[in-house]
Design a protein around this ligand. Sequence first.
Ligand code: ADP
Length: 650
Amino acid sequence: MFDTILIANRGEIACRVIETARRLGVRTVAVFSDADRGAKHVALADRAVHIGGPAPADSYLRAERIVAAALETGAQAIHPGYGFLSENPDFVEAVEAAGLTFIGPSADAIRAMGLKDAAKKLMEKAGVPVVPGYHGDNLSPDHLSGAADAIGYPVLIKAVAGGGGKGMRRVERPADFAAALESACSEARTAFGNDAVLIEKWIEKPRHIEVQVFGDGTRAVHLYERDCSLQRRHQKVIEEAPAPGMTEEMRAAMGQAAVRAAETIGYSGAGTVEFIVDGSDGLSPEGFWFMEMNTRLQVEHPVTEAITGVDLVEWQLRVASGEGLPCQQDELSINGHSFEARLYAEDVPKGFLPATGRLRHLAFPAGARADSGVRTGDDISPHYDPMIAKIITHGTTRAGALRRLSSALEHCEVAGCVTNLAFLGALATHEGFARGEVDTGLIDRDIDALVVAPAPGPRDIALAALAAEGLLDGTGFVDGFSMWAPLTRTVQLRHGDTDIAVRLTTLGPDAYDLVVEGQTVQARRDAGRWQLDGQSAPRVVLTGDLVTVFAQYGLAFRIIDPLARDGLGAGDADLIEAPMPGLVKALDARPGQAVTKGDRLAVLEAMKMEHSLLAPRDGVVAEVLAEAGAQVEAGAALIRLEDEEETGEG
Ligand code: ADP
């Protein structure tokens, strides 16, 4: 076993790897960017090396710097985590050239699976079923359109270099093919610098089922399947293992195909073979096809760990250090069922906008595994993926594991950041999902019901008002008041964009009446516990001017100081602000330029999407407050408009 390893990653996966390394007695070296100086993974590791600026290109993607850090600190091996350099064969070669071990597959194995068309050809040769389609070399639009006709509509155009659903277009009918091809190619060119595509048959009621494999460079075993069909925009939201409705026959067929895929390329370490499955009429061994292989540990690996009892990171370290496969196929078995939900800082009702902010309070419930790279007080920064945690549950049955997931989500406490908890909670209690009727279209079909903004009720608001006044713990209670003249005052709160006034009457340190929207809520403390109208109050935290009531997955209230009210007006209508953290891709506006309502003033790139910022009214650009190429926080002022008359006068 290694004595010291370096983890070329950050966030939850870096913490995850450190945890296992520590258990095995392996010393760990973290690397960090300027933005991660105080990060959890840095605190957990035995040593940490600063590798550059916040942008990934300036730090976590600097292969040479990372290799140098490993050499400087005496690490013998590098664990790449997922993302960043994990599937970069040049990095593997650089690591090996420095005399270090890459904890993962060979550069050749990564290259073999790097492009979807080449991987499909290779798998076809190895006898692994691939999605019917065209993955040849003739990329002329006419030829591709002919290929699509031959495959039969609907078809899917995919970038061969694709990832994250980019450069992918579903085409319904021949008339739409040319335009879809052009836009897929142009997206692929921008995202991957490679505009080659392939065409696939669109699989009806598709399910995404992937098989975890593990190789020693020659032989491989599989650790069963994960169902990742709950997706939004081709991104996984909730994953589970095993797949609902899976038969032993199909499991064996998929497992064999996955092992063949891994052995064909001499795979070493943990990998995932992704299949698309026709779920239109149950599962059948004839109805699954290879999509791609991810040559690294996956985000959702914990559900496999939960049902197999295997620590996949431990296996990675053991195999990379020269040991054989820790287990034979017949020594593995499935125990129960597991779910994982991806908890993100994102504003779901606002179109799943990634959010940033300081986590003023973060606590996870017992009874679930929470893999997280952040703690109370940490920032969700605009530079990286806004994941807060992965919540993983296990049960002997699928229903039991799902009930635990639902309960765990209800009891996650996040204050200071908007989250997708309510969305995840709605999915965990979705009836079709509970019946195991999963396909990749489930979320889209029910999106309206799944995306409901929680609305606080009078009791939630009353509780927030008590917390705001410091009355829950008694610190705000005014001594010496007289019972015959109850103290009454107004507490001002803001939830979202709505201001709420609460009339609060003090009856004693353990009794208050609160009038919210014309309704009276009686708050009483009994044996140290608060009751609202006789019902026990949810947990609540007060952090600065923010009260978070942990009902409905977290209700946030700002405390409004009545004296400062004027400053908190509706905002400055002349100021164009960044609606979310991101990169200023383009600034079209120049000072002095006259603009009309709807003109594009700037383009912000945030979390894989470009957002145009438009002029809210006619006017003149007074100031441009940001620079193209700058990374900005949500709410950063970008452009100020003024009226035309003002310029005339000035
Ligand atoms: P990427 O590498 O960009 O993530 P994938 O090839 O892994 O692209 O596909 C992403 C998702 O797109 C899959 O999980 C599945 O939901 C959907 N998908 C891919 N291929 C097909 C297909 N042929 N028919 C239907 N859905 C598909």
